[in-house]
Design a protein. Structure first.
Length: 337
């Protein structure tokens, strides 16, 4: 009987063992099933997010491109900041060592601080503290309805910007309309400008030989014509990006209209201001510029005896951005001399 019990016990033990193994395998199968469900769930969420992101990019591609530019500038050392000037909130980027000599670079009509993203790091690497303000009406700065947006008043904002940041004097650069703004600062506040750099600059009293309405493009064809004015061999712009650029242009058109209106009478022209400049002046120009042709750079140079002019083959109006590798060494040589 005892032996039977022992014989009976053994099968019972085996049955128990087998049952345990079966339950273990079932548990693992359930775990694998749960893991698969989790993977499928996360893949579904990822697919949904990718779809939403893709749709958002399709609808607002310029916003995504802006974020890529922000990241590029951040990793180059630029930091985004804000300051209040004459009651208006003004955005700017700054890069370079805090103890470095101040360099202020002013963007052009319809532009923003990021337009300097290729040139500013070159200057900062040489130990300069580089400031890139968004003028009122542009970039991330306010668009006050009661502001004139004239060259003269934007110049006073630049001086106020320097005051707000405690910049006693600076090397000042301006591109396109920003060049005209810089000329006004240099002429009216010569003690604040050590050296002046003009990049494909407006300022001379000369009527444009191109359709200024293209600065406020309404159709993809307008956008293509504007790009052809700004740069030689412009790239093709995908339709969905062109659509978003035109949306932004429509939102900002009133600022451009106001600027053009203030310039029509020539009261902000710099022809009479330039001969009075005493600081060293560097004039940089794209040879193929169709917005402000080289002839205007030559006229500015003739009015400023202590100036030097450099012309860059193959470059257009966007030379400071697209030809920064050629322009950068010339700027540095001028600043450190």
């Amino acid at each position: 009987m005892g032996q039977q019990m022992r014989l009976f016990d053994r099968p019972l033990d085996r049955q128990g063992e087998t049952g345990t193994l079966t339950r273990s395998a079932g548990g693992k199968a359930k775990e694998r099933g749960g893991a698969m469900k989790s993977i499928v769930r996360w893949l579904s969420i990822a697919a949904l997010l990718a779809g939403v992101t893709g749709l958002a990019f399709w609808e607002r591609p310029t916003s995504f491109l802006d974020r890529f530019t922000d990241a590029d500038m951040y990793f180059s050392g630029a930091r985004s900041k804000w300051v209040r000037v004459a009651g208006h909130r003004v955005h700017y980027f700054v890069e370079g060592p805090p103890e470095g000599r101040a360099v202020v670079l002013v963007h052009g009509l319809g532009g923003h601080a990021e337009d300097w993203r290729n040139l500013a790091p070159v200057v900062a690497r040489w130990g300069f503290r580089v400031y890139l303000p968004d003028l009122p009406g542009y970039g991330r700065s306010e668009q006050p309805k009661d502001f004139s947006y004239s060259v003269h008043d934007e110049a006073e904002v630049v001086v106020g910007f320097m005051d707000a940041l405690g910049i006693q004097d600076a090397d000042l650069g301006g591109w396109s309309l920003g060049g005209a703004v810089a000329q006004h600062v240099a002429a009216r506040h010569p003690d604040r400008v050590r050296k002046l750099i003009l990049f494909d600059s407006e300022g001379i009293n000369e009527a444009p030989k191109w359709d200024v309405s293209l600065l406020m493009p309404k159709t993809p064809a307008d956008l293509d014509r504007m790009d052809a004015l700004l740069m030689p061999h412009p790239p093709s712009v995908p339709a969905y990006i062109a659509r978003d650029i035109l949306r932004r242009s429509k939102n900002d058109a009133w600022v451009i209209h106001r600027v053009i209106d203030t310039m029509r009478n020539g009261s902000d022209a710099t022809d009479k201001l330039l001969p009075g400049l005493k600081m060293p002046v560097l004039i940089l120009w794209g040879e193929l510029d169709r917005i402000t042709p080289v002839s205007q750079g030559m006229r500015i140079s003739a009015l400023v005896p202590q100036s030097q002019i450099e012309i860059f083959p193959g470059c257009g109006h966007l030379a400071p951005g697209q030809c920064a590798d050629q322009i950068g060494p010339v700027v540095i040589e001028f600043l450190v001399s």
